[in-house]
Design a binder for this molecule. Structure first.
Ligand SMILES: *Cc1c(COP(=O)(O)O)cnc(C)c1O
Length: 378
């Protein structure tokens, strides 16, 4: 143990997140520190809110950033909208849906689970059946892009079914935001949260979130207090709120917010639709390269997340050894399968700044070379 400065290796990050950080974002992180109530910082926070509205395609005033990772955004969304004894429908088709369910259970609510096999989208008909069987349900929660399996659900269709049954819709858009179409207002999504380290190419640790008027109305009608001080949106809005008089709530992660601001500016410069197209094009390139090697995708074509490719591990190939060799010999990180998918898939991310043509080429060549040396033949 030298206990001197830490200099991490320069990796190419093609796992399920974090993705590579854009060099302009890295530079933004090292700008001078100001106070979290400095008028210039507050001006920047207002820009972050405006940039987020443009990225989420929403006019919601209650749009801000949770000081915590995507899981904190998940908790923020649920803690404010769910009360003990509520009936909440949670769609589960992977690790993150299961995490939503765990949070709802801890809040003392009754969970109705709508399941899909791991690697498949949530079927809106199954949601419809569950809502018919449970007319008492008031909230529907689901994951748009299930990063643990690579399956993309139809958020607009699920939200439409939920609204027919007068339910509030809570959506996990951690992996989808910036990487594939996500239209908060058009699709009538009531609460949506995301994460900074996936398709936004910013450092981990921040979670953009938005609440529409329907969600705020539900909040106003709460009978029980919000069980978390830190997560209470009413208190947080004293700091992130609309008027210019901002009060201390907690010390904002100042430099991380510089980074997110720059990342959102970059996305506006590129154009949201161009960013979606870039993620799609690089997915297509990776698919052509890996399919030419005989590798197969886990998720049916119509349900795939372009920015997270779940590839079947060929029979007889040692999962951990291949990933270790890619890391040691090529400085390349790809993701392992989680939970029941462990040992069955690799998760190759093409998210944010990592979604570049050069990375597609590098990853497919490196994987081909290692697989050949490990005795794989298509
Ligand atoms: C990564 C991820 C999360 C959790 O984000 P953290 O920043 O790791 O807390 C939640 N949901 C989905 C779909 C994710 O991909």
């Amino acid at each position: 143990m030298g206990l001197t400065s830490f200099h991490p290796p320069q990796r190419i990050l093609m796992g399920p997140g974090p993705s590579e950080i854009h060099p302009r974002v890295l530079r933004a992180l090292s700008r001078p520190t100001v106070g979290h109530l400095d008028p210039e910082f507050i001006r920047m926070m207002d820009e972050v809110k405006e940039l987020l509205k443009r990225t989420l395609l929403t006019r919601n005033e209650m749009t801000f950033v949770v000081s915590g990772p995507g899981s904190a955004g998940m908790e923020m969304a649920l803690v404010n909208t769910v009360e003990p004894e509520d009936a909440v429908v949670v769609c589960v088709n992977g690790v993150f849906g299961a995490r939503m369910k765990a949070i709802v259970e801890r809040l003392g609510a009754r969970v109705v689970v709508v399941e899909a096999p791991w690697g498949r989208a949530i079927d809106p008909h199954r949601l419809e059946d569950a809502l018919k069987a449970h007319p008492e349900a008031g909230v529907v929660a689901f994951v748009h892009a299930e990063t643990s399996t690579g399956a993309l659900s139809d958020a607009a269709a699920l939200a439409a079914v939920a609204h027919q049954h007068d339910c509030l819709v809570i959506v996990d858009a951690v992996t989808s935001l910036g990487g594939c179409p996500l239209k908060v207002d058009e699709w009538k999504l009531d609460v949506v949260y995301s994460g900074s380290q996936k398709c936004l190419s910013a450092p981990p640790g921040l979670s953009p979130i938005t609440f529409n008027d329907r969600a705020l109305e539900r909040l106003r009608r709460r009978k029980s207090p919000i069980p978390s001080w830190f997560m209470d949106v009413n208190l947080i809005m004293q700091y992130w709120g609309g008027d210019q008089r901002r009060a201390y709530h907690h010390t904002a992660p100042i430099h991380n917010l510089y980074g997110l601001h720059e990342a959102l500016v970059l996305l506006q410069e590129e154009g949201l639709e161009n960013a979606w197209r870039r993620h799609w094009e690089n997915h297509r390139r990776l698919r052509e390269a890996l399919q030419a090697m005989g590798l197969q995708w886990w998720v049916p074509e119509a349900e795939r997340i372009p920015q997270l490719n779940a590839v079947r591990i060929p029979a007889g190939i040692d999962d951990a050894r291949v990933r270790r060799r890619l890391l040691d010999e090529y400085d390349l990180e790809i993701g392992a399968g989680l939970g029941p998918m462990a040992g069955k898939i690799w998760r190759i991310g093409l998210m944010g700044y990592s979604s570049r043509r050069k990375n597609v080429l590098y990853c497919s060549s490196a994987l081909a070379a290692v697989l050949r040396e490990e005795g794989y033949s298509p």
